[in-house]
Design a protein around this ligand. Structure first.
Ligand SMILES: NC(=O)c1ccc[n+]([C@@H]2O[C@H](COP(=O)([O-])OP(=O)(O)OC[C@H]3O[C@@H](n4cnc5c(N)ncnc54)[C@H](OP(=O)(O)O)[C@@H]3O)[C@@H](O)[C@H]2O)c1
Length: 304
């Protein structure tokens, strides 16, 4: 157990920083439930899919290519179904929506895939790559699948505490192409703030007492996400990781808690960390900003 897990202990849910996805799911019978997890071929998405499937759920696992999704799905026990979903390519996301719609209702959509801290400005369809991949790609996916979400279905947006590194304005609507300035962590923070705001606005749009939408911070975990990080930082991560970071099993616990645990079935518009409701930044609670982001995202998506 890491030092932080020892110090933090467990929260009111009985789970905490040190809990694993398997511990959260223990005792849950998910037979008949259907989940979609983006980024199923790596890190937290893979572990989330593995654990949900191990409890009897059917999991649609998406990856950038059908080959990657199929390989990941085939490597876990239980019922899984692969789908291609390249979030940077609207035609791929729309094809995924069409394919998933045919498979029947979903109990949760877990928007987990993401990229972090690209060292140089990179554009996708004219927009900064992290904003486009992490937010716009998932916006197309979730809005496309709303009708396939069960009456009590859940949308889970995997944000990050890094949403607090977003620019002062929160979302720089006048700089979504990064041309007025680019910072790797600011851009990542903006995209993760967008994930949290998307959940907030979706929760507002859902009828009370039915479908729910929440965002979460999984913790800090050594995964492939750090591939663009400065190599010195990667060495430090590797050295101190076992003491201070979460394992992948622990990092996926909040995904499973928010997507599948009965305790969270009625929670909506919240931000979770360590399997408990947490307080995000003031910007992530700004309902006006959330509304504006939704409108701007619709405008962007219409032109793609
Ligand atoms: N690890 C952490 O410390 C941490 C902390 C806070 C939040 N998070 C969030 O947790 C989520 C999962 O990250 P992770 O740590 O598990 O990282 P990871 O191992 O790198 O997994 C990320 C997943 O996203 C997929 N992905 C990336 N770009 C994509 C695209 N354009 N289209 C479709 N899929 C794409 C990756 O596919 P490929 O393998 O093909 O690239 C991979 O399956 C991310 O949203 C991240 O922001 C992680």
């Amino acid at each position: 157990m890491s030092l932080i897990a020892l110090l933090k202990g467990k929260g009111p849910s009985g789970f905490g920083y040190g809990s694993t996805a398997e511990q959260v799911a223990a005792g849950l019978n998910l037979k008949g439930k259907r989940y979609l997890v983006t980024g199923c071929n790596s890190g937290l998405g893979y572990e989330t899919m593995r654990v949900l499937a191990s409890r009897g759920a059917t999991v649609i696992g998406t990856a950038r290519s059908m080959e990657a999704a199929a390989a990941a799905c085939a490597s876990v026990k239980g019922e899984t179904s692969p789908a291609a979903c390249e979030l940077a390519e609207p035609s791929s996301v729309r094809a995924c929506v069409a394919a998933v719609k045919k498979k029947g209702p979903l109990d949760a959509i877990i928007c987990n895939a993401g990229i972090m801290a690209l060292p140089r400005l990179s554009l996708i369809h004219g927009y900064e790559a992290q904003f486009f991949t992490n937010h716009i790609g998932h916006f197309i996916l979730v809005t496309g699948l709303i009708d396939s979400l069960a009456k009590t279905g859940r949308v889970v947006m995997v944000s990050s505490s890094a949403h607090m590194a977003a620019p002062r304005a929160g979302i720089e609507f006048d700089n979504l192409d990064g041309r007025r300035g680019y910072g790797a962590w600011k851009a990542y923070g903006q995209s993760k703030l967008a994930n949290a705001l998307f959940a907030l606005e979706l929760a507002r749009r859902f009828k009370p007492g039915a479908r729910v939408a929440n965002s979460l911070h999984p913790g800090v975990i050594k995964t492939n996400l750090g591939r663009h990080m400065w190599s010195g930082l990667q060495v430090i991560f590797a050295a101190v990781g076992p003491l201070f970071l979460k394992s992948i099993a622990q990092g996926s616990a909040t995904h499973v808690y928010v997507a599948a645990h009965p305790d969270t079935a009625a929670e909506s518009g919240e931000y979770f960390a360590d399997c408990a409701i947490a307080r995000p930044s003031a910007l992530a609670r700004d309902s006006e900003l959330a509304r504006r982001l939704w409108q701007e995202s619709e405008r962007i998506v219409k032109r793609l």
